[in-house]
Design a protein. Structure first.
Length: 190
């Protein structure tokens, strides 16, 4: 479909510590996504966002420009230290809409902010994968957000649940192009 690398947003808890389960899941996601040739986008702050960015930077396939931080505020110094491209949006929570515009979204836990990103991604007809862990990702894994038909050519469309980082990246790798083709054919804002 295109030669450009696909961008996957990693979303979730903003306040998890290094070494915690969610932090390590996100770090592993970052590594695996970068290993598979994806760019990684986050909200640019700490917790899951930092861990995914850090993981991408730890990948042997990392090159500058792969890790994108879409900050809610206007100060680029607020970005976690692993971001390559820092975009201080000044939009506050509205920046969640920009994060959800990535080619696919993977959620790890999360509270209200993560819930908004998942809802936006659903409305934007994106591929969504949610880790089966406490928080909104666990609540929505393996479910549909509502009953609308988002993709006529993808009858099993839903928030796909995953038990670990490898399963999440495998789902993205095998499904992203069908979602991109379907979204492009129907979405005038694509």
């Amino acid at each position: 479909m295109t030669d450009r690398p696909r961008t996957v947003a990693v979303i979730g808890d903003g306040e998890v510590a290094p070494g915690s389960l969610k932090y390590e899941l996100a770090r592993n996601l970052g590594i695996l996504l970068c290993d598979r040739g994806f760019h990684v986008a986050t909200g640019g702050l700490g917790g899951v966002m930092e861990a995914a960015s850090r993981g991408a930077r730890e990948s042997s396939k990392w090159t500058g420009g792969i890790v994108i931080a879409l900050l809610p505020g206007t100060n680029p110094d607020d970005a976690n230290p692993y971001a390559d491209i820092i975009i201080p949006t000044g939009l506050g929570h509205l920046r969640n809409s920009l994060v959800a515009r990535a080619d696919a979204v993977i959620a790890i836990g999360g509270g209200a902010g993560t819930l908004t990103e998942i809802a936006f991604a659903w409305l934007y007809r994106r591929l969504i994968v949610a880790l089966r862990i406490d928080g909104w990702s666990g609540e929505l894994a393996d479910r549909r957000i509502d009953e609308r038909t988002r993709h006529e050519t993808i009858p099993d469309d839903r928030v796909f649940g995953a038990s670990d980082a490898a399963e999440a990246v495998n789902i993205v790798s095998t499904r992203i192009e069908s979602y991109m083709r379907s979204a492009t054919s129907k979405d005038p804002w694509r």
